[in-house]
Design a protein. Structure first.
Length: 121
């Protein structure tokens, strides 16, 4: 499982082990080169079951499309409750870690949906 926190110019991904510990994180630039770097990095840990991505309709849309075209399952992890984010602070790596858990169990403050494949060609 890979969680991805998306931003306008960079995305931060985190891979978790089976008990929820962060194994590694990666910051990539947006764009095809960065997306391929993320995919190569993610698959170096083994078979990826799902990518949990925040913002598949905004900053994460192109990444979600790239991963779907590569044959991977992508879910929208949703945004955390803003009140909780303000209370707990913000870290891109920790946010990517949170996308992982929201993809597994969305809870009341997130909406998980499968991102449909849209062929732009």
């Amino acid at each position: 499982m890979i969680g991805v926190d998306t931003r306008k110019h960079v995305h931060v991904a985190a891979v978790m082990d089976t008990i929820g510990g962060i194994v590694a994180s990666l910051t990539i630039p947006t764009g095809t080169g960065g997306f391929q770097q993320l995919l190569d990095w993610a698959t170096s840990f083994g078979h990826v079951l799902v990518f949990g991505i925040e913002g598949t309709r905004s900053y994460g849309a192109t990444l979600a499309s790239f991963l779907r075209r590569a044959g991977h399952k992508v879910v929208e992890a949703g945004r955390p409750d803003r009140r909780l984010r303000r209370m707990n602070g913000k870290s891109d790596t920790l946010a990517a870690y949170g996308e992982h858990f929201k993809a597994i169990d969305p809870g009341p403050s997130s909406r998980v949906m499968t991102v449909p494949f849209i062929d732009a060609a």
